[in-house]
Design a protein. Structure first.
Length: 560
């Protein structure tokens, strides 16, 4: 029996995409993005009927169908698998049996049970349905290693067969984007050194940024990873069998036999010092049960072929993620649908409008434009990572990535933050495109959020592709609106909550600024157009951390 949602989806697709409807009369060349088109796309993608676009859900499939048919209506060609607009991503979904999570601390022959989830929480295992690991604990500071920045938190530490205890966050002395990358490598570094588990400590500083209680809203959220050809989860480490995140007050017991107390460690952090690791003199048992289900979810991929006989075989990749987080687990609220209006219906809507601007150009750009709308971003950049490993066009022909994720369209922004622009030749391109709209560029105002590693462009950066990811800045063109306060309010009150829906946002901030979305689209369009028409392809700056240290050419044989 056909889903009752499908006819409505197709009907609204026609209405929302009226500006893109095929006709025997050629459409006039577009000179600027349409706020009305962005509004229409957002109204569909953030509707209650799409139930939060959870990865692998029927409603996300509807959103993907909408996006694919919009791109098809613009005349873009399919660039997915087997001549389709889809690249299906094989996924494993894992759920934790909540009552199974156990953390037992062993100190001088005495066993102490930590309370779940008040004192600690954990996620499901993607590798095993049952894990039980007992091992000594070793404190390893932030768990970071970098020759470039003189970091080695594992110096003189033997962690083989042990559970490492790490601080959340990173040293404040590190630059924002480099710090974001290094933070993302903590699990890999522990696994490479033979650790069998990781315990992460919540800190008082982190409590001020993201309270421990906020994380408890996601206890029932399933874990996901894309599956390799042999059916095993990618980017997971089978020897790491235990994991826990511990409240800073409960964590003091882990240091009962240590040469330094946890209070000493926190004092070092307050003084901007980097704690040195040591054996904790205690051990712990971590256990949990997980259930597994193999599913799939689509990336949507379309291409506008370039016009240059040679350069058309190179591609500017424009990305946005279509998924969100489905239903809320918060029992205190009546509305359970996480609509994801700003995150990321806004980004997808702007991508679709950017595609329309390209499709209506009287002269097509020299390079081809590859539009990739990915799934599973909220689960760990899964669709983007799958595409980066199995691109539907040769990886060495992907010259740059322009990513669209969560533009906050609640005020007329006067500046933008361009993550990644200072690491490659894209910096000047972004500056010029923003200037055309009277928009300035600003530095990252919240480096502690590690935003550079938290969106889809990062998966291509790791494969050597220069990328830029724009965020609405904190300055407003309206003197009556404080952009920074509005952005902070959205992040604290609505981000990843059911109130990230159009009615709630209008109630709190007034009309959604679809006109600001049009400005955002114009800037991203001009960035991509400049890249597409410039003979020299973008390149990493010689002194950039991401020139060789991270961005390595993709080795196709390595993943086969």
């Amino acid at each position: 029996m056909k889903s009752k949602f499908i006819p409505a989806a197709l009907l609204l697709a026609v209405v929302a995409g009226c500006a893109a409807t095929q006709s025997s009369v050629p459409a006039p060349a577009a000179t600027a993005a349409s706020a009305k088109a962005i509004e229409a796309h957002m109204q569909f993608l953030a509707a209650d009927e799409l139930a939060g676009r959870e990865t692998g859900s029927k409603e996300h499939e509807i959103a993907s169908l909408y996006i694919a048919t919009q791109l098809q209506a613009l005349g873009l060609e399919p660039a997915g698998d087997n001549g389709s607009y889809y690249q299906r991503v094989p996924l494993r979904q894992a759920r934790l049996a909540q009552e199974s999570a156990k953390f037992t601390l062993h100190t001088d022959g005495k066993d102490t049970q930590l309370s779940y989830p008040k004192a600690f929480f954990t996620g499901p295992s993607l590798q095993y349905t049952q894990t039980d690991i007992t091992a000594p604990l070793v404190f390893a500071g932030y768990g970071m290693v970098s020759e470039e920045f003189g970091l080695n938190d594992y110096a003189n530490l033997d962690v083989k067969g042990k559970i490492v205890v790490l601080l959340t966050g990173r040293p404040e002395s590190l630059p924002s984007e480099e710090a974001a990358h290094l933070s993302s490598q903590k699990t890999r570094l522990a696994a490479e050194r033979g650790a069998v588990g990781i315990i992460t400590l919540h800190t008082p500083a982190q409590e001020k940024v993201r309270p421990y209680a906020n994380s408890l809203l996601y206890l029932n959220t399933p874990g996901m990873e894309w599956l390799q050809a042999d059916g095993t989860p990618a980017d997971s480490f089978p020897d790491l069998k235990g994991g826990a995140y511990v409240h800073h007050e409960a964590a003091a017991a882990l240091f009962a036999k240590a040469p330094q107390s946890l209070a000493d460690i926190f004092t070092q952090l307050e003084n901007k010092q980097n704690p040195v690791g040591f054996q904790l003199g205690v051990s712990a048992t971590l256990s949990r049960s997980s259930s597994h289900e193999d599913i799939s979810s689509p990336n949507v991929i379309a291409v506008l072929p370039g016009s240059d006989p040679v350069l058309k075989d190179e591609y500017v990749v424009v990305t946005a993620h279509s998924d969100h987080i489905g239903y809320s687990n918060d029992l205190r609220i009546e509305d359970k649908i996480n609509n994801g209006a700003m995150d990321n219906a806004a980004g997808v809507s702007i991508l679709l409008e950017t595609a329309r601007l390209f499709a209506q150009l009287p002269v097509k750009p020299k390079r081809s434009i590859l539009f990739v709308v990915v799934t599973g971003e909220e689960k760990g950049l899964l669709g983007a990572d799958y595409f980066a490993h199995f691109p539907t066009r040769p990886i060495d022909k992907l010259v740059a990535n322009v990513n669209l994720d969560m533009p906050v369209l609640l005020y007329p922004f006067a500046d933008m933050i361009a993550f990644g622009a200072n690491h490659s030749s894209l910096g000047k391109v972004v500056e010029n495109a923003a200037a055309k709209e009277g928009i300035a560029l600003s530095a990252d105002p919240m480096p502690e959020q590690a935003i550079f590693t938290r969106s889809d462009h990062y998966t291509l950066v790791k494969k050597g592709v220069p990328a830029v990811f724009l965020m609405t800045g904190f300055k407003s063109q309206d003197p009556k609106q404080d952009g920074g306060k509005i952005w902070a309010s959205f992040f604290a009150k609505h981000y990843h909550k059911p109130s990230d829906d159009i009615p709630s946002l209008i109630k709190d901030y007034g009309a959604i600024r679809y006109d600001a979305g049009a400005v955002f689209a114009n800037i991203n369009f001009n960035i991509a157009l400049d890249i597409a028409n410039t003979t020299q392809r973008p390149y990493w700056l010689k002194d950039s951390f991401f020139n060789g240290a991270v961005g390595q050419p993709y080795n196709r044989e390595a993943v086969k």
